[in-house]
Structure formats: structure tokens, C-alpha cells
Design a protein around this ligand. Sequence first.
Ligand SMILES: [Zn+2]
Length: 379
Amino acid sequence: MSHKLRFRQIHLDFHTSPAIPDIGIGFNKQQWQDTLKKGHVDSVTTFASCHHGWSYYDTKIGKRHPKLDFDLLRAQFDASKEIDVNVPIYLTAGVHSRMGDEHPEWREVSAEGSYAGWTQSPLQAGFKSMCFNTPYLDHLCEQIREVVALFPNCDGIFLDIISQGPCCCQFCIESMHQKGFDPSSDKDRKAHAKQVLENYYLQTTKAATDENPDMGIFHNSGHINRGDNDILKYFSHLELESLPTGGWGYDHFPMSAKYCKKIDKDLLGMTGKFHTTWGEFGGYKHPNALRYECAAMLAFGSKCSVGDQLHPNGMLDESTYDIIGAGYKEVEEKEAWCSDTVNVADIAVISSDAVNQCRDSAADVGSAVCYSKAIIYSI
Ligand SMILES: [Zn+2]
């Protein structure tokens, strides 16, 4: 698979509670187009479905957000395409609160018997993690097929929160017995979870690409351990989620980008417009921070993506796109010289990540980030 990415992308989060009224009521085609142009944006990843489990288009598979009365995704899609802005489409995958409520038997369960993943107790607020070894996977694939059929000229499918814990739901217990795993063994539960995750990759990638083998697809898990190369065949390209102020720090992106430059796939760095992390309404990063982060993405051979959170009323925030525009104007001026770059390295670093499964060990950071002409390998 090869998939050519654009340089100036927005990842437009839209996780919107069913309790919020008047969803998308402020959407206006002209405001949408003018604001994207002001931000020098050439691609915007928009939402088919969110972690709350609601859809933002006319769906027969999912359920449209209860406070949305028109096809918001179609309106965003058409407005973007009209000004030659690409539109990859996002679907939530690993967490889905509505499905967690409708089918609690499809949720991931710990060996201790509680729900597992992001939210363990019924008393705890939060998004609900689903098990990919249940009929939930069929539902997810049906929705992917529907989105691809309705938006055949979309610029890729983005699937979020991709992981599978050592689940003990009824479906996992049964399949562990069938496959000869011992559910009481932690090692066997993990080995089984790995098989479940492999099947997730296979089924969802097939759902996205059956009709059009060139459809882009990306499975996001925040970080892929170096050396975990078997799954790369399910990715059309790579997006390195790495918000310096959102928990990743400033060392994560350079390390990941240097490693990924050896992989024959187009590459996107992803930061955020937020002062800290995802989901902030009204939090702004200083424009100089964003200018630096975009310049670093170009320097490390990747295209750029900035995460934003769309207001429930559907209007893009103009102050946000003033800040993004400061960075993306500079990217636009430089990008003609930044395509198909190669990393010219004079040392190679064997990463300890592949052995220890630990992200950004001090040894890796010290040897690779501090020395700019390094390339990173795993064993
Ligand atoms: Zn399970």
C-alpha cells in the first residue's frame, strides 16, 4: 500500500456528549471554508463517529447523535472538497460508550471480573472499552463499509484507540478454550489477545479497502512499539500522535520519526493546538510553539497534522486557525523542498524499546535525540 499525504492537516476531534443540545447548529459553509483557508489547511480529518458512540452522518448502521438534525459530515465533506481540502474520515473503534451501554457483554473484562480498559466501574464516568473478539467487531466493520460506500472519494479511514487487553469476557473465555489456551494463565491470555488484535487489523482493513484497494487506512494507538513490524501491512501510512504537552514530551516525536524514516510509508507528525492536551475548549498553544513543532516535523521528514476539537455547534474557532495559520503558512512556503526526503545518518542506534517495551528510555533519548544525524533500528 502506498498513500501520499498532504502537508498541512487538521485532526478535528468531535467527541460530543448526547446531553449537549443544538449540535452543528452554527455550521456555515462559508465560515468553514474561510477559516480553513485562513489556517492554510489542505486536509481535515472529520468524524463519522465519536467515543460517545454517536454518528454525525445519515447512517443505517450506527445511530445519529440525538441532538443533530442534519448530515453534518456530508456538509463538512462537501464544503472541504469544494476548496480542494482533503477529507480523511474518523471512526471510533476501541472505545464506544453507546455500544457499551447497549451490549455490556461486548465490553472488555479483566481477569478479576471488572470491566477493563479506560473505565472499570459502572460508577466511574468515562468512555467504555470494547472487546474486538465480540460481535462488536462485526458492527464496526459494517459501519466502516457504510462510510466508504457513502464517501467513496474520502481520503482515508482513521480508526482510533486500537488495543486489545488480555480480556476474559464470555467470548474470549470460549475462544481461549477452543484454541487451546489456558484462561488462568496470564501469558496465554496475552497471547490470545494478540491473535484477537491481529484479526481486528485483518477485518477492519478489509472492510475499508475491499471496494477500493487504494483507500488509505490508519489504526491509531498513540504509539507503536519499535520492532512491532508485523502489523505495518495493515497501514497505508503512519501518523505519529505526539503532543509534546499532552504526555508525549518533546523527545517522543524525533525518536519515532527517525525510526519511521526507514519504513517505506508516508509519514505524518501529529501535535495539537491545545495548551496541554486533547479536548481543551479555549486552550491555545503559543504560536511560536506550533511554528517550532511544524518545523521539526518537516526537518524529520514528515508531513504535519495539528489536532483541534470542534465546538459542538460545528463552528471552527477562528483564533485557533490564526495560530495554526502562523505555522502552516511557513510549511506551505517550504513544502516544495520537503517531499520524498531521506534521513542522512552517520550513526545507527539500536533502540531498547523493542526489547523492553518501554517508550523513550533515557538511553535511547540520550543517544538518538541528542545526536541529530542518527537513525534508529530495532532488533
Ligand atoms: Zn473479550
